[in-house]
Write a protein that binds this ligand. Structure first.
Ligand code: ASP
Ligand code: MG
Length: 382
């Protein structure tokens, strides 16, 4: 039977009504699937507990008692979730990190998972009981440890791996991973698929949709992760290996544009964008770009598409243009090509997946040049 780990974040279990709502989602899955539930503390609870501990003991140093205090947040939400499941007729029990067999090192407040003994959870599943596990915590030599902020994601991914789950679903308050920060850019679209590496880069640059350590764990153990909404329908974003999907070239995000490069393109990018680089790492730059600015965008599109060193035959291009004529032209063009899949076309923003066979790349580049030349005239006229 298919097996899923379902993790609910703090905002999804923020109050009793939300916990009941999440329990219904669990029930729907449980009709056809084996499910293991992981929960975060109720929204704001971990911060509240941390404040209490800090008020009692300062300066803040990693300390066993802090972890004891912090771990209570997830114990409450897990028990309430088990009660909510019982209330709708499902058999369920909650387990702490210790009871669930999650063993960590002894780094308080930032522990790493060393091993997971899934035998207890497995036997519960066999008995038709839905286990609800406290996220964010484990045990080291009988001491409670916590996994660092956002650590419930890591709990969920580690359990999915240990229990051979088909997927780990991270239920949250956004609909998936957005091309740009949904709080900053409206009419935004989510990625239906995304690679671990890309998501790790976004997380490093500040995207908060999933804990960095959790993606890393998922990548190392090839756990498929789905990030989706507790409150809106939809399948959200499936996070899988980068090789399995298109290679992203640009990811716009938070009003900045993120540009991934390889060794060959590096020098060219530095030259082209030297005043705009606000962050750089070995294989990507974050550029401060004024997104609606046609000329800047134009250069970016032109540059990307004349770049001969793009090796992969799949490219994900996110194009942002306030120019509706240009957008229409490009759309008509892309629609006419079978190897281009238009992923989203909202207002001034659209994302296309281009699966360009190598021998077609040249033709496409010159077409794009042609369109961009037109746009350039308009940009000057503006
Ligand atoms: N409750 C913990 C936190 O707020 C862990 C989590 O939510 O994932 O950081
Ligand atoms: Mg979180």
């Amino acid at each position: 039977m298919r097996r899923l780990v379902l993790k609910f974040g703090g905002s999804s279990v923020g109050d009793v009504e939300k916990i009941k709502h999440a329990a219904k989602i669990v029930m729907e899955h449980a009709q056809s699937t084996e499910v293991i539930v992981v929960v975060s503390a109720m929204q704001g609870e971990t911060n509240r507990l941390l404040e209490l501990a800090k008020k009692t003991y300062n300066p803040l140093v990693p300390n066993r008692e802090f972890d004891q205090v912090l771990a209570t947040g997830e114990i409450i939400s897990a028990s309430l979730m088990a009660l909510a499941l019982e209330a709708i007729g499902l058999k369920s029990i909650s387990l702490t990190g210790n009871q669930a067999g999650i063993h960590t090192d002894d780094i308080y407040q930032d522990a790493s998972i060393k091993s997971v003994d899934g035998s207890k959870i497995k036997s519960l599943i066999e008995q038709g009981v839905i286990p609800v596990i406290t996220g964010f915590q484990g045990v080291c030599d009988d001491n409670i440890t916590t996994l660092g902020r956002g650590g419930s994601d890591l709990t969920a991914v580690a359990l999915a791996h240990e229990l051979n789950a088909d997927q780990c679903w991270i239920y949250t308050d956004v609909q998936g991973v957005y091309a740009t920060d949904p709080n900053i850019v409206a009419n935004n679209d989510i990625f239906h698929q995304m690679g671990y590496v890309t998501l790790k880069k976004m997380a490093l640059a500040g995207a908060e949709v999933i804990q960095y350590a959790a993606i890393e764990y998922a990548e190392n153990n090839q756990v498929s992760v789905r990030i989706c909404s507790t409150f809106e329908p939809g399948l959200g974003t499936l996070v899988i290996s980068d090789e399995a999907i298109s290679k992203p070239i640009i990811v716009k995000y938070s009003g900045l544009t993120k540009l991934f490069h390889n060794a060959k393109t590096k020098q060219a990018y530095i030259k082209l964008f030297k005043n705009k680089i606000v962050y750089s790492s070995d294989d990507c730059y974050l550029l401060s770009m004024v997104l609606p600015e046609i000329k800047t965008k134009l250069r970016l599109i032109q540059h990307l598409d004349i770049d001969e060193s793009i090796q992969a035959n799949q490219t994900l291009i996110s194009i942002f243009t306030p120019n509706t004529m240009f957008k229409k032209t490009l759309l008509v063009y892309f629609e006419s090509i079978t190897y281009v899949e238009i992923l989203s076309t909202k207002k001034s923003d659209f994302v296309v997946r281009i699966l360009v066979p190598d021998y077609k790349m040249k033709a496409m580049v010159s077409d794009l040049h042609y369109f961009c030349r037109d746009l350039s005239k308009e940009a000057v006229a503006l």
